[in-house]
Design a protein around this ligand. Structure first.
Ligand SMILES: [Zn+2]
Length: 354
């Protein structure tokens, strides 16, 4: 059955590349929906500020692109937090997406193990992450329950984890591509860029969602396919997203619209309003002050160095200095702390013991 014809204005894809945006799109003829993320200054700001070893920065960049692709699907305001916990040289990645478009991120890693992975030429994502899990949390405010999805990381990269998550938990045929690169220009410092695309098969008839067991893209040529027959539309969609090259996702001269047009123009592709992204942390002096006041006297005493308490935000490296007497809890009365926006970020601030 054909969809009834709807008149939608047709135009050529915009040639202007808009960095730090997510562009939603739809290929109605194939029941495909997706998003393209393109990150320039935002990802550069986050990664440059941390000055991580190059492969760690690249991995965190991929996590940022993936988080934006997933978090930008939130229909109402909220936070989407992606976090890995693994036994590899990079033991934790945290990316925090605050709708509609604020993102911050950090990594924890073992310097010596990362250095030796780099030295032995084995610093790819799967090795750096190792084994453990990836958690995705949706937090839509204090009066709502948190949703958490978990997927195992077993030596693969973040694309593998995303495919596995959608296959096993959401049961939505999904293809994800992620890319991170450095833009080098003469005389200037290099700049980080990142990009990604998510493509999902969402037919109106749920029985059309049948998936093979293999992860998209992992089957070598000639491998016997799992018996379940996939819908032709998804076979086509998946084949198309698999052709997307890293350079197409990060090339500043190829716009997101041009990229989706390049892939889907034969079927017709419709784009929606893009969402702007910005690197912005939610830490603040009042938040840190409230956190310190919530600690026990003993904990605070242990934080004093040279007569000051110093707290550094792990996400943005902002440093907050307090005199111990300024962070004494106030005598019980009203609770001004409750009104501080972002008070749930207590765990984000780490003690800096120098
Ligand atoms: Zn911060």
């Amino acid at each position: 059955m054909n969809d009834p014809h709807i008149d939608i204005p047709v135009r050529a894809p915009a040639a202007t590349s808009a960095d730090d945006t997510v562009l939603p799109f739809e290929v109605a003829a194939l029941d495909l929906r997706g998003r393209v993320v393109r990150l320039g200054p935002a990802v550069d700001e986050i990664l440059s500020r941390h000055d991580y070893p190059q492969p760690v920065a690249k991995l965190l960049g991929e996590a940022i692109a993936l988080t934006v692709l997933l978090g930008s699907a939130l229909k109402i305001d909220g936070r989407f937090i992606l976090q890995t916990q693994t036994d590899g040289p990079v033991r934790m990645l945290v990316v925090d997406f605050n709708s509609p478009g604020k993102v911050r991120a950090c990594a924890r890693f073992d310097k010596a193990r990362v250095a030796s992975a780099i030295e032995s030429g084995k610093a790819d994502a799967g090795v750096l992450l190792g084994h453990g899990h990836l958690a995705m949390t949706i937090d839509q405010g204090p009066d709502t329950s948190r949703y958490q999805g978990l997927v195992a990381l077993e030596g693969g990269d973040l694309e593998d984890a995303a495919h596995e998550y959608f296959r096993s938990s959401e049961q939505i045929p999904t293809g994800v591509r992620l890319a991170v690169g450095e833009e080098l220009s003469a005389g200037a410092r290099h700049r980080w860029r990142a990009g990604g695309m998510l493509l999902q098969f969402l037919p109106k008839a749920p029985e059309r969602v049948r998936q093979a067991d293999l992860d998209p893209g992992d089957a070598p040529e000639g491998t016997a396919k799992h018996e379940v027959q996939e819908d032709d539309a998804w076979v086509e969609g998946r084949a198309l997203i698999e052709t997307v090259e890293d350079v197409e996702l990060i090339d500043p001269s190829l716009s997101s619209e041009q990229l989706v047009y390049r892939l889907f123009h034969e079927r017709g592709v419709r784009v929606f309003k893009s969402v702007e992204l910005v690197a912005e942390c939610s830490c603040s002096r009042p938040n840190v002050e409230a956190m310190l006041k919530s600690f026990s006297q003993d904990d605070r005493d242990h934080m004093v160095e040279n007569g000051k308490i110093s707290v550094t935000c792990e996400f943005c490296n902002s440093n907050y200095l307090f005199a111990p007497e300024d962070v004494q809890p106030e005598p019980a009365q009203d609770q001004p702390v409750q009104d501080q926006p972002g008070q749930d970020n207590d765990q984000d601030q780490r003690r800096d013991h120098g």
